[in-house]
Design a protein around this ligand. Structure first.
Ligand code: PAF
Length: 283
């Protein structure tokens, strides 16, 4: 039988709960989320459970990582269903601060990440994004002080930014990436998939197929530029508006020109109507 996690809504409550676990010699894993939990999040929680004796999941739709034109207001909020999923996974603490607990009046500090945050991928199209992510993740990590923190590889640049920040700021946490969970037809699970119409949902699988096609060609020795052009053309032909379809060095995210410059990662972001999807795979 699953038991209800402790729900913390203020920093002192969270700290007390974490301190109590620490007194009992627990190791702690944090899984930061914005809620609207799906099987991808569940797999993060399961990895957290394997890496530490206690699991904290944060649910906070972070306003500072959305531009005014983006979907902060419409972002799916499914608190009751989220809590049921976390209880079923035996999560120990759910950290669910309100905006006032996270950004109290007078809040005036922002972390400005560089390095992978300036790789020319998401940052080119969402220049506000990584500052907001780094600031909130910096806060989540110092509020909870976990031993490990788990992030999905689906947000690959975000994973690199957070790992770099944790190193640079000596946060004392090991940042671990977790494999992307896909629907049976290859679409990466995402809280934003609910925005897709049935027709768009079918089209959306093109992203994964295009990445696999280009990755296969690169592995077979085709020139990187030609292999990537082929994938980009597939995505455009399916009706997407493409932001980027690029192959980068998987660790540094710097551009590469040859299949021998690996390990390589193909990363894509594209809009289908008003829904923006991102994904990536190893070559
Ligand atoms: O990936 C997400 O869900 C968010 O960007 C994160 C890491 C929880 C920060 O708000």
């Amino acid at each position: 039988m699953s038991r209800s996690p402790l729900i913390a809504r203020t920093v002192p409550t969270l700290r007390r709960a974490v301190d109590n676990l620490r007194k009992r010699k627990a190791t702690i894993a944090l899984v930061p989320t914005m809620g609207a939990l799906h099987d991808g999040h569940v797999s993060l929680v399961r990895l957290a459970r394997r890496r530490a004796s206690r699991v904290v999941v944060s649910i906070f739709v972070n306003p500072t990582q959305f531009a005014p034109t983006e979907d902060f207001g419409a972002y799916p909020r499914t608190w009751k269903a989220d809590l049921a999923k976390l209880a079923a996974e035996d999560v120990d603490i759910v950290w669910h601060p309100g905006a006032e607990a996270m950004y109290p009046g007078g809040f005036a500090t922002r972390i400005v990440p560089e390095g992978p945050a300036l790789a020319g991928l998401e940052d080119r199209f969402r220049p506000h994004f990584f500052g907001g992510v780094a600031t909130v993740v910096g806060k989540l990590l110092t509020q909870c002080r976990p031993d490990v923190a788990i992030f999905g590889e689906k947000d690959f640049q975000q994973l690199r930014v957070v790992a770099q920040m944790a190193r640079d700021l000596d946060l004392g946490v090991k940042v671990i990436g977790s494999r992307t969970v896909r629907e049976r037809d290859g679409l990466a699970m995402s809280s934003r998939n609910v925005y897709l119409s049935p027709q768009q949902r079918q089209t959306a699988t093109t992203l994964y197929r295009a990445m696999k096609e280009s990755a296969g060609r690169i592995r077979a020795g085709e020139a990187v530029a030609a292999a990537m052009a082929r994938g980009a053309a597939m995505i455009a032909a399916a009706g997407f508006e493409l932001d980027y379809f690029e192959v980068r060095h998987a660790a540094t995210l710097v551009p590469v020109t040859s299949g021998n410059d690996g390990p390589l990662r193909i990363l894509v972001a594209a809009k289908l109507g008003t829904t923006r999807l991102i994904d990536n795979i190893a070559v």
